[in-house]
Write a protein that binds this ligand. Structure first.
Ligand code: R5P
Length: 297
């Protein structure tokens, strides 16, 4: 089946890097807003019988969702045999339970919306915490790419005597995998979140970490409060300013400036396009996509 990659606006470089690695041509389409704010779509590439590969990171997803679903529907309507989604960052994974009465479990509803329009999904380290796997909420085949090997390679290359630190129990899956590959020790801290921006962490008492460079590893930097709080605590213990490595750098509001003001070196993968990107996951995503498409036949 002929593969054609369609870049969602802003993901042109991503699609251009990915397409040759998976033998895809570049698709061309127009997406613009009507004066009333609705989306206008026109696909210029012939779609009959193709494997359409839509490349769209889903940070700040609410603005993207309607045009993205409409693009998928248009490609299918024009004859695409399959329409898949490469979402380097998959949004709406953290509200995976009803924590307070009346709350929506939005990760489930978002999964239903995407599953209704796409035939398959490839993404990088979705925030799977209480949800065991994407299959539990997505009804389409999916392939998860792990950024740990690329992060571990970066840490091993860039940091002297690293001590990897996960700020909370949820981060253990990421920090443990990076530590194993970087052949470095790791610790996981205890985090208490009282609100979106009200976070505290506790360090295990009585450990001597002198001589190591702390490397905080997390999957997501959103408000930045988790890392800021951890940096503050490490500094109080007399440890050097840590390096911060994250998979997805969302950097809400002033998070980027606040983290930079601590003097910490902050690096992210390019799942969310940002000046902190220093770790390329395109090759890993391409390998996963090739696997998935082979499985699909
Ligand atoms: C928590 O569940 C995640 O692994 C991250 O620690 C969290 O999303 C970071 O959020 P923030 O930057 O807002 O503290």
């Amino acid at each position: 089946m002929t593969r054609v990659a369609f870049a969602y606006p802003g993901f042109e470089a991503w699609a251009a890097a990915l397409a040759p690695r998976v033998g895809a041509a570049s698709g061309d389409y127009t997406l613009r807003r009507f004066p009333d704010g609705e989306s206008y779509l026109q696909v210029h590439t012939p779609c009959e019988g193709i494997e359409a590969i839509v490349v769209a990171g889903l940070d700040r997803p609410d603005d993207k969702l309607a045009p993205l679903l409409l693009l998928a529907a248009t490609l299918r309507d024009l004859g695409a045999a399959r329409v898949g989604l490469v979402a380097p960052y998959l949004a709406y994974m953290r509200q995976d339970a009803r924590f307070k009465p009346g709350e929506g479990i939005t990760s489930h509803y978002f999964a239903k919306l995407l599953s209704a329009q796409f035939d398959w999904l490839v993404t990088v380290d979705p925030h799977l915490h209480r949800t065991p796997s994407l299959d539990a909420i997505y009804s389409i085949p999916s392939q998860v790419v792990h950024a740990a090997p690329a992060i571990a390679e970066w840490v091993a290359r860039e940091v002297e005597r690293p001590l990897l630190i996960g700020p909370d129990s949820e981060s253990e899956q990421w920090v443990g995998a990076v530590a194993a590959r970087a052949d470095a020790p790791f610790r996981v801290l205890e985090k208490t979140r009282r609100g979106d921006r009200d976070v505290s962490v506790r360090l295990p008492p009585g450990e001597d970490w002198t001589g190591h460079t702390p490397v905080l590893v997390d999957d997501i930097i959103s408000s930045g409060r988790t890392l800021l709080e951890t940096i503050g605590q490490l500094r109080q213990l007399g440890l050097p300013v840590p390096v911060c490595a994250a998979v997805h750098g969302l950097f809400a509001d002033d998070a980027w400036e606040a983290l930079r003001a601590t003097g910490a070196r902050v690096v992210t993968t390019n799942t969310v396009i940002h000046p902190s990107n220093g770790i390329d996951v395109v090759p890993a995503v391409a390998a996963a996509l090739n696997d998935l498409l082979q499985r699909q036949g």
